[in-house]
Design a protein around this ligand. Sequence first.
Ligand code: RB5
Length: 142
Amino acid sequence: MIQTIAIGCDHAGFIYKDAIAARLKERGIQVLNFGADSAESVDYPDFAHPVADAVEHGKAQMGIVLCGTGNGVAMTANKHQGIRAALCWTEEVARLVRQHNDANVLAIPARFVSEALALAMVDIFLDTPFEGGRHERRVRKI
Ligand code: RB5
């Protein structure tokens, strides 16, 4: 049961952050917001590191990070031990990264997906369980 999700973004990801936070709250999930809180230009690692840190240290069960392409925040989050940040651009990818990779951070490319798709990917990411089995062995090898 997911109780807390950490969220962070840069200026490019900021456009969807409030909508995503509202969706999480509707679902009864507590949101740890690490900013950014405006469209003013900032450096994405300053916001992705705190999200990854919160998941790494158990303050949140999962994280959501956003930037223009989703890559900068994913690269940053994946520097943390135990973080499996997945760049997602379709609903199917969001489902597969949970089923096969047990991803614990969703990275959204805000400049390349619609708000509706971003929200749909959030729902799928949260609702899809890890399949385990052969995937467990592979994830352990990461
Ligand atoms: C900001 O212009 C952009 O570089 C950033 O949001 C992101 O796409 C980096 O990976």
